[in-house]
Design a protein around this ligand. Structure first.
Ligand code: KG4
Ligand code: ZN
Length: 336
């Protein structure tokens, strides 16, 4: 089965062509992304209105690029999988309406996909992983721990109570005047810094050891920068110290969850999974307990349509097709 995946939940418009023969066995023939960083950079964050207006312009070309790079035509596609939530509703609607129009015009079956399910299954695009496995989804919009029990069966163990980890990276980079998106910049700057130089308090959520909280570290950096000592702080040391705090606050609950639920494999996914310190630290902590860390390559960590095609593929293989009145949902949750 050849599946066209379409993703437009936030600031990236993406399309992919995936070939699949059975559940979880898939080859990505093409995966293309139209990135909007240049549009949002001057605002230091995503402007929803601009994101959706830009998707209107780029959605068709990005799909055409994916088909061309896969060497396939629309006539060869057997089904369409499109993100329907969670995300920015104006952005979601562009991809969803395009997919519905395409399905209506071609008669192809289509399914609406949960974006988080895409992230949870993304590690399978490159590695066969036996289920159940633990997944840490850590991006600009989400920070959560799930057990992936089977296709369509996910159990949420914990999540952030406030900011997502990527959001904290981006906000701290903005406070430090480093640019946007901040995660990658802080990651690179940290390599020249000493994470022991600046004391950043770690937050724990009382009574919920598998939950996260990142608003405190962001506020700690803001107060430091406003303090008398602020002007004298070394940027690389501050970046490294902040990053270390976030990494520790991600690693501790993840290992606790793996232990508590006796899960041997930990999958790391979402844009912040590109963070070099997080990858190293989580891999070392997992190996220390005889567990295995699986992290997709960067192109499948950040928002992409290959993961959406994969998350729609098992339903399309089963003959599912969603009704035309299926709506976009900004706060769509995964069935537990
Ligand atoms: O998954 P993604 O592309 O979009 C969302 O669904 O949010 O993730 C984007 C987030 C941004 O917050 C960005 O700063 C962060 O991932 N990010 C990083 C790194 N690369 C991207 N954070 C820390 N270290 C990195 N190397
Ligand atoms: Zn995402």
């Amino acid at each position: 089965m050849l599946i066209l995946g379409i993703e437009s939940s936030c600031d990236d418009a993406a399309a992919a062509v995936l070939e699949t023969t059975q559940r979880g066995v898939a080859t990505v023939l093409a995966s293309t992304v139209a990135n909007q960083d240049d549009i949002h950079r001057i605002y230091g964050g995503i402007v929803p209105e601009l994101a959706s207006r830009n998707h209107v312009v780029t959605i068709q070309p990005v799909i055409e690029r994916a088909l061309a790079s896969a060497g396939r035509s629309l006539a060869e596609i057997d089904g369409i999988a499109v993100t329907r939530g969670p995300g920015l509703v104006g952005s979601l609607l562009v991809g969803l309406m395009y997919a519905k129009g395409l399905a209506q015009a071609t008669g192809l079956p289509w399914v609406g996909v949960n974006h988080i399910e895409g992230h949870l299954l993304a590690p399978l695009l490159e590695h066969p992983i036996r289920m159940p496995y633990l997944a840490l989804v850590v991006s600009g919009g989400h920070t959560a721990l799930f057990v992936v029990e089977d296709f369509g069966r996910y159990r949420k163990l914990g999540a952030t109570r406030d900011d997502a980890a990527g959001e904290a990276f981006d906000k701290v980079a903005k406070l430090m005047g480093l640019g946007y998106p901040g995660g990658k910049i802080i990651d690179e700057l940290s390599r020249a810094g000493n994470h022991k130089c600046v004391r950043i308090p770690r937050a724990r959520v009382k009574g919920a050891p598998l939950d996260f909280s990142f608003s405190g570290v962001k506020t700690a950096v803001a107060s430091l920068l406003r303090s008398e000592a602020g002007a004298g702080l070394s940027q690389p040391d501050l970046a490294a110290s902040f990053q270390e705090a976030v990494v520790e606050m991600l690693v501790r609950p993840t290992l606790a969850a793996a232990r508590e639920h006796d899960l041997e494999t930990i999958a790391l996914t979402g844009g912040v999974a590109a963070n070099s310190r997080l990858r190293d630290s989580l891999a070392a902590a997992a190996a220390n307990e005889g567990r295995r860390l699986v992290a997709p390559s960067f192109k499948y960590c950040t928002d992409n349509a290959a993961m959406i095609a994969l998350a729609g593929s098992y339903r399309l293989l089963d003959g599912a097709r969603d009704p035309l009145d299926l709506d976009a949902e900004a706060n769509l949750t995964l069935p537990q």
